[in-house]
Design a protein around this ligand. Structure first.
Ligand SMILES: [Zn+2]
Ligand SMILES: [Zn+2]
Length: 303
């Protein structure tokens, strides 16, 4: 009953998007587009040798017909917020969907510029049949307690909604068919499958496959036009990081091959992997799977 109520709230908000967007203000063309705002895993990095791939932690922008939805609020969400303001996207209600609540997926929220605008509504959404947090509001606000940050979430300016949708299917997320699965990751993490206008985008930011590839991940990624997959480690590094919750480059490619995906974007780069290292790895990966790349902060993939 509660889940139905929560879902209906969400659907109402989706409906709200249509009536609050002013098309004459828009500069982003009508298209389906993914923009990577944060591709670093674990912790941000900013030294000169990391500038090409970027050092912001996980944040993915999903643009569909002049609207933006956001997956995760790592430090990259600051740039996503700047894009919204600078491109003059008048979208009253902005939804941020969380894969999970490790720091590298929430730590940018205190610096999300639209959150300081009193005319915005920020909907923070966690979903899945098996919850990874019992208290979404607490998971988000405790990092903004006065011991840690000067402005409390409820003093930022925007109105926040906390949406815990206890289902795996969210049919009305930005006019898409979106479903989720729980991934193997310490504390849990959700992967998302977004079907829209005949295109399929799958997001699995943090996943560990153990000794064999997780068939659930292959299933959710089946025939994807774009698979965004964790690739934090080399095979050698993975061997000494069992239980840390992440994948190797080769495992990400293996999933892409098994699932028959058209394009693979690898993300959640290890903070020890600098630009030269990642460029060399990317070339090796492309020798094995032609249509793959390592995501970079600011990179866009349009459909
Ligand atoms: Zn992570
Ligand atoms: Zn994590």
């Amino acid at each position: 009953m509660a889940a139905d109520h929560e879902t209906s709230i969400f659907c109402l908000q989706v409906h709200f998007y249509y009536i609050t967007i002013a098309p004459t203000h828009l500069s982003i063309p009508m298209e389906l587009k993914i923009k990577f705002y944060g591709t670093r895993g674990s912790i941000p990095v900013c030294e000169p040798q990391f500038q090409q791939f970027g050092g912001n932690t996980t944040c993915i922008g999903f643009y569909h017909h002049d609207r933006i939805g956001i997956f995760d609020a790592g430090t990259g969400v600051r740039a996503a917020g700047k894009d919204i303001l600078e491109n003059d996207i008048y979208q009253k209600n902005i939804t941020i969907v969380f894969t999970h609540f490790h720091w590298d997926h929430i730590q940018g929220l205190p610096f999300f510029p639209p959150a300081y605008a009193s005319d915005r509504v920020i909907s923070l959404l966690a979903l899945g049949e098996s919850r990874i947090t019992r208290n979404l509001e607490k998971a988000i606000t405790q990092q903004m307690g006065e011991e840690y940050f000067p402005i409390a979430l409820n003093k930022m300016g925007a109105r926040f909604n906390f949406l815990m949708v206890n289902r795996k299917n969210i049919p009305n997320f930005y006019q898409t068919q979106t479903s989720s699965i729980k991934l193997n990751h310490p504390g849990g993490c959700f992967g998302y499958r977004i079907e829209v206008e005949g295109r399929l985008i799958v997001i699995c930011t943090d996943v560990e496959h153990t000794d064999t590839i997780d068939p659930k991940v292959v299933e959710i990624a089946k025939d994807a036009d774009l698979l965004i997959h964790d690739a934090q480690y080399t095979d050698e590094e993975l061997a000494s990081h069992k239980g840390w919750g992440h994948s190797s480059f080769n495992q990400a490619i293996e999933v892409a091959e098994m699932a028959g995906v058209k394009q693979l974007a690898m993300t959640h780069h290890d903070p020890h992997h600098d630009d030269e290292f990642l460029k060399a790895i990317e070339k090796k990966c492309q020798d094995r799977f032609k249509d793959c790349l390592l995501a970079r902060d600011g990179m866009e993939i349009s459909f």
